[in-house]
Ligand binder design. Structure first.
Ligand SMILES: Nc1ncnc2c1ncn2[C@@H]1O[C@H](COP(=O)(O)OP(=O)(O)O)[C@@H](O)[C@H]1O
Ligand SMILES: [Mg+2]
Length: 289
C-alpha cells in the first residue's frame, strides 16, 4: 500500500500532519470508521471536509446533539404526515415507503457513489448511542420493518467520527475504530493554519497575536480556553479594526472575540492587573519585546 501516491493527500485549505494523513488512509484501506478526538477548534470537523474535497467525494454531515438517537441516522417514519394525509389529503396513504425518510447514515448507504459520512461530536449523545450503531457500521446494512426493505450500502461510506472527549466512549465501539488524537497546534503549526486563512497578514501583527493567544491559554481557571477559531476571528477583527500591533501587547483589544464567558473575561483582567510578570516572562520566551 503506497500512501504517497494514492488516497488522501490533504487539501489546499487544510493543514494536516503526516501522521494524520497516514491514519486517514489506513482507515480508508481497512474500511473502518476513523475516530478523531481533540479539544474544540483542532480541526476535527474540517478534516472530514478536507477528506471529501481531497478525494472528490460528497460529504454528508450528521450533527449529533444530546437528544439524538441512533435510529434517526437510519430512517424516520413520518407517521404524523401519514395521519394528516389520510384525513386531509387526496393521495393514497397505503404506500408507506413515501413516509420513510432516510437519515444521514441511511443516505450514505443509499448513495450511488461512495460518500464521506461525518458523525460529528458523537460524545454529545448518551452512552447508548455509539453502541446502537455498532451493527449498522459493521454490516453497512439495516432493515426497515415498516416496508420490509433492507437498505445495504451500495458503496461503504468513509466514516469520520469526531469527539471532544466530553465522555469516554464504550470499549466495543472503540475496538472497531481507527483512532487519532489531534493535539492542539503548537505555534509553528498554528502559523501554518493562520497562513492558509489569511496569507497576507502582517508578520508583526501575527507575532503579537500568537504570543497573546498562547499566553491566554496558559491562564489557569479559564472555563473555555480560546481555540483556533477564536484566534482566526480575533485576527480578522484586529485587521478590520485597523489595530496597531503594539496595542495588542498593552491592552488586548477585542478580547470578547477570544473569551466568550463573562467569568473568563474577569479572570483575564485579574491576571493582567495582578500578574503582569507572567505576561512579561511569556513575551520574552516568545522573543517579543
Ligand atoms: N489544520 C487546520 N487547517 C486549516 N484550518 C484549520 C485547521 N484546524 C482548525 N482550523 C480552523 O479552525 C476552525 C475550527 O476548526 P473545526 O474543524 O471546526 O474544529 P473542531 O471541529 O475540532 O472543533 C475552523 O474555522 C478551521 O478553519
Ligand atoms: Mg467540530
Amino acid at each position: 500500500m503506497n500512501m504517497n501516491t494514492t488516497g488522501y493527500r490533504g487539501s489546499a485549505d487544510y493543514i494536516v500532519s503526516d501522521e494524520l494523513r497516514n491514519t486517514v488512509n489506513i482507515a480508508i484501506a481497512l474500511q473502518k470508521p476513523l475516530l478523531i478526538k481533540g479539544e474544540p477548534g483542532t480541526g476535527k470537523t474540517m478534516l472530514a471536509q478536507s477528506i471529501a474535497d481531497g478525494l472528490g467525494k460528497e460529504l454528508l454531515v450528521w450533527n449529533i446533539k444530546s437528544t439524538t438517537k441512533a435510529q434517526e441516522g437510519l430512517y424516520v417514519y413520518d407517521t404524523v404526515q401519514r395521519l394528516y394525509d389520510s384525513q386531509f389529503g387526496e393521495q393514497d396513504v397505503s404506500n408507506i415507503s413515501q413516509y420513510i425518510k432516510l437519515g444521514k447514515l441511511g443516505e450514505s448507504f443509499d448513495s450511488d457513489e461512495q460518500v464521506v459520512l461525518l458523525i460529528d461530536e458523537i460524545d454529545k449523545a448518551d452512552l447508548e448511542f455509539p453502541n446502537d450503531l455498532l451493527w449498522e457500521l459493521d454490516q453497512m446494512s439495516f432493515y426497515i420493518p415498516e416496508t420490509k426493505e433492507t437498505i445495504t450500502a451500495k458503496h461503504r461510506p468513509i466514516v469520520i467520527i469526531t469527539s471532544n472527549a466530553e465522555k469516554e466512549l464504550p470499549d466495543a465501539f472503540l475496538r472497531r475504530c481507527i483512532f487519532h488524537y489531534i493535539a492542539f497546534p503548537d505555534p509553528a503549526a498554528m502559523t501554518a493554519i493562520v497562513d492558509v486563512h489569511y496569507p497576507d497578514l502582517k508578520k508583526k501583527l501575527l507575532e503579537q497575536c500568537m504570543e497573546a493567544f498562547y499566553w491566554l491559554r496558559t491562564i489557569p481557571d479559564l472555563q473555555k480556553k480560546p481555540s483556533t477559531s477564536e484566534l482566526l476571528d480575533w485576527l480578522q477583527a484586529l485587521v478590520v479594526g485597523g489595530i496597531n500591533p503594539q496595542r495588542i501587547a498593552d491592552e488586548l483589544p477585542f478580547m470578547g472575540v477570544l473569551l466568550k464567558k463573562n467569568q473568563d473575561l474577569d479572570v483575564l483582567l485579574w491576571h493582567l492587573n495582578n500578574r503582569p510578570q507572567s505576561r512579561i516572562a511569556h513575551r520574552q520566551a516568545f522573543k517579543i519585546g
